[in-house]
Design a protein around this ligand. Structure first.
Ligand SMILES: NC(=O)C1=CN([C@@H]2O[C@H](COP(=O)(O)OP(=O)(O)OC[C@H]3O[C@@H](n4cnc5c(N)ncnc54)[C@H](OP(=O)(O)O)[C@@H]3O)[C@@H](O)[C@H]2O)C=CC1
Ligand SMILES: O=C(CO)COP(=O)(O)O
Length: 336
């Protein structure tokens, strides 16, 4: 008897969805991408390339595409979700009726929902009624463009059910992609969401012409405030020192491939929010999540001075010089 191939439905065919679709196909899974646009789905089927995001990279033949959510989800072992975090709840309302009773959900999203303050995995369980132990999170230093080029990378896969995390790990393990497992879902998700805000801060500093000392200060103090928030909300501090915390923070804050860092650079160079938004074509989660993260910090009494100043800059409440002065002139304190 021939063994049935594992099947993954990847929603949607943007940068990271396409890269994870390729990883899973390279790991031996049959992948079906759900694209919003028929043009993208048709091109993937006809040319094995995604012309909207990576026209130069050939996808394995086991990657196909559709615009029909029911067809994509039929018989899926995994539903991989990779859309902007703020659109997740509304999208799930349409997709949830097609999710099978045993399908494992894998969230790739790095954002906090405005209004509810929920992490993506929490939005998924709330919007679909699926139990948390069927929802895994994949997070780490994973710039999609590098991974599409076959460059080595690692990530953390977190799920309260270790067996589920191991299943996802097996489905994503390739010669160039090395996933580790964890049960600390909150730690992974806060690491991923807050680092986008810190990458905005580092981009702003870089755009202002500030040097590596200033950028390292922001990365390090950014990690301190990420850890404060995450641990106040139940995360393990070690997770924030791992791939989904420090690892992702370093990659995103250092690389010109990061959309968040690049957006920050535009702001630091003096572009208005409208101009920076117009210059950015892809998802920039930190811009939206800053507000939600700050609200969470307020509720839980956690000090997040960098997130606060980035949020003020994004809402054009302070100038760049005022923001820099406000951070440097905070009262002296012990390092923690
Ligand atoms: N890119 C990266 O390197 C990484 C990204 N991530 C995270 O992955 C998530 C997705 O980001 P990424 O793939 O980069 O974003 P992209 O902007 O590259 O792609 C977004 C995808 O979502 C679709 N989409 C956009 N708006 C909506 C909406 N309102 N409803 C439903 N679908 C929508 C887009 O469709 P269409 O093409 O038709 O517009 C596209 O397929 C984010 O949370 C990000 O933080 C995590 C790790 C790495
Ligand atoms: O999360 C990422 C890398 O791990 C991608 O970062 P950007 O969304 O800033 O491009």
């Amino acid at each position: 008897m021939t063994q049935r191939h594992t099947r993954a439905a990847v929603f949607s065919a943007g940068s990271w969805g396409t890269a994870v679709g390729k990883i899973m196909a390279d790991a031996g899974t049959n992948v079906i991408m759900h694209a919003r646009r028929g043009k993208i789905a048709d091109a993937i089927n006809a040319t094995h390339r995604n012309p909207g995001y990576f026209p130069d990279v050939e996808l394995p033949p086991t990657v196909t595409a559709t615009t029909d959510p029911a067809a994509a989800l039929e018989g899926a072992d995994f539903l991989v979700l990779s859309i902007p975090a703020q659109s997740l709840r509304a999208s799930l309302t349409a997709w949830a009726p097609h999710i099978g009773p045993h399908t494992v959900i894998v969230s790739l999203m790095k954002g906090i929902e405005i209004g509810s303050g929920l992490r993506a995995s929490q939005v998924i369980t709330e919007a679909t009624g699926i139990a948390a132990d069927r929802v895994a999170v994949l997070s780490g230093p994973n710039l999609a463009r590098e991974i599409m080029g076959g460059q080595p990378a690692a990530a953390t896969i977190a799920c309260p059910d270790e067996d589920v995390a191991h299943r996802v790990q097996r489905a994503c393990h390739t010669t160039y992609f090395r996933p580790y497992t964890s049960t600390d879902v909150a730690g992974c998700e806060f690491g991923g969401a807050v680092k986008n805000v810190i990458a905005l801060a580092v981009g702003i500093a870089s755009g202002m012409g500030l040097g590596h000392n200033a950028q390292s200060m922001l990365i390090t103090r950014g990690l301190a405030e990420t850890t404060r928030l995450a641990t106040a909300l139940g995360a393990h501090p070690a997770t924030l020192a791992g791939l989904a915390g420090l690892g992702d923070l370093v990659a995103t804050c250092s690389s010109p491939l990061s959309r968040n860092r690049t957006f920050g650079t535009h702001i630091g160079q003096g572009l208005t929010m409208a101009e920076a938004t117009a210059a950015t074509r892809q998802t920039t989660e930190g811009v939206k999540s800053a507000k939600a993260i700050l609200a969470l910090a307020g509720i839980h009494g956690v000090e997040m001075p960098l997130t606060e100043i980035v949020s003020d800059l994004l809402h054009e409440k302070v100038t760049l010089d005022q923001a820099a002065a406000a951070l440097m002139q905070r009262p002296p304190k012990p390092e923690r």
